[in-house]
Design a protein around this ligand. Structure first.
Ligand code: HAM
Length: 421
């Protein structure tokens, strides 16, 4: 590399998606989408740009102050690259709350940006499926959202024993805050401390809790009461309701808190049960007060966000990743330059019959063209030369099985369709 050559590396913490990577990405998105559609969710989308204001003191100080990409545009407006979808979808629903028929079931798949230290499962750009239901205060909506999260995992090939849905309830925490006497303005800080508890040393955790509460005694009382609370009537009811959805891998785990301030009720996180990968894959919960921020009536909401990075790692760990196949179904190898126009025309005829076909334009020897098709994993190849042009008969070779068959042009599409997986 010469000293002023441009680097071919992508920006730190983001990924390039080469065709093989995009194939996996599309596979994940397709399965997310089909699960959502089966549950009656409609797709929506929005821009990645939002006014910075949308996030300030409404979601999580840690994310807003330390992890957002925020800049000033040429018109002096502060703009943030969205770090999550929930404020955006809340804004969209609030804007049309009089017209939208509720309950509204919405999903989207989009990219998000967080200025995090890149590490396993955490990047600076990632994609998330967001699925949310608006307008239902009752437990059926909490159960449905968990059942949908479960369905996405099952659509991706996971067995129920491969993952576990750990559920808690922010109202349990609020109760303990009341009992221990934690003032309203320190609750958000403590909830975030709790969200990181699993990653901290018990002594260090207790020390930071004592600091936040300004009392070692309260910290001890708080931990005791939290650890003694193993479930609630609501959570047991939720477990029973989930059985109607055929979900049997929900466990109550009162140590689940989640990082955002807007959660008001049920919160959950999906964990990999594999010993080597026991970490949170994704999560969500109920946020009944967030839409009030937009001035209208309060509107109950519950949903989750599932990231592509952890989803891909999960599929890899469980050997559930699909083998790459290109979308190109057929390559036409051009035997000699005089046959090129005939190959171009044949390709066009086959496209009309819905065959995805590429003509090899390299001018290389036929053997090389066959090797290239093989390397690209294109399943079928036809050599087109003057012999084929004059006889009107073509030999279709299956590059996976090696089987060949000679057919007239108008039989090629039919042959491919009956042999493609
Ligand atoms: P979250 O827990 O911040 O929740 O993100 C949800 C999921 O997005 C994570 O569990 C993970 O799969 C993925 N994710 C988050 N940050 C990163 C990152 N830096 N790199 C890779 N993946 C990441 C939310 O965002 C809530 N808004 C979800 C929600 C929707 N709650 C209700 N509705």
């Amino acid at each position: 590399m010469k000293k002023d050559d441009l680097s071919t590396d992508p920006y730190k913490g983001v990924r390039d998606f080469y065709p093989e990577d995009q194939f996996v990405q599309d596979y994940i998105f397709d399965h997310m989408r089909s699960a959502c559609e089966l549950f009656g969710y409609e797709e929506y989308a929005a821009s990645i740009l939002e006014p910075a204001e949308l996030y300030r003191s409404k979601t999580s100080d840690e994310i807003v102050n330390e992890q957002t990409y925020t800049f000033t545009d040429r018109g002096d407006r502060e703009v943030t690259l969205r770090p999550e979808m929930t404020p955006t979808v809340a804004r969209m629903v609030a804007a049309r709350s009089r017209e939208i028929p509720f309950p509204a079931r919405w999903f989207s798949i989009g990219n998000f940006f967080r200025y995090e230290r890149p590490q396993k499962g955490r990047l600076r750009e990632f994609w998330q499926l967001n699925a949310d239901i608006f307008g239902v205060p009752g437990i059926e909506a909490d159960a449905e959202i968990i059942a949908l999260a479960h369905a996405v995992m099952r659509h991706l090939g996971a067995e129920e024993r491969d993952f576990e849905i750990r559920v808690s309830d922010r109202r349990i925490l609020e109760n303990i805050y009341d009992n221990v006497g934690v003032p309203a303005d320190s609750r958000a800080v403590i909830t975030r401390l709790l969200d990181r508890r699993a990653k901290a040393e018990p002594a260090a955790f207790e020390a930071s809790l004592a600091e936040a509460l300004d009392s070692g005694e309260k910290a001890r009382a708080f931990i005791d009461e939290l650890d003694r609370t193993t479930s609630s009537a609501f959570l047991e009811n939720l477990r029973t309701t989930l059985e109607y959805f055929d979900v049997r891998n929900m466990v109550v785990d009162t140590s689940i808190t989640r990082g955002f301030d807007y959660y008001t009720g049920m919160v959950f996180e999906v964990f990999d049960t594999n010993e080597s990968n026991r970490r949170a894959l994704f999560g969500g919960g109920r946020y009944d007060r967030l839409l009030e921020l937009f001035g209208g009536a309060s509107l109950p909401a519950v949903g989750f966000g599932m990231g592509d990075v952890t989803a891909r790692d999960f599929l890899e760990a469980h050997t559930l990743l699909p083998a790459y196949t290109p979308t190109t179904e057929l390559m036409l190898a051009v035997v000699e330059p005089e046959a090129m126009t005939h190959a171009l025309k044949l390709a066009q005829d086959l496209r009309r019959e819905d065959i995805a076909v590429a003509v090899n334009l390299s001018g290389k020897r036929v053997g090389d063209q066959f090797r290239q098709a093989d390397k690209l994993k294109v399943p079928f190849i036809v050599a087109v030369g003057s012999k084929e042009r004059d006889s009107g008969r073509y030999t279709v070779k299956n590059l996976i099985t090696g089987v060949e068959i000679t057919l007239p042009a108008d039989r090629i599409a039919e042959h491919l369709f009956s042999n493609l997986g």
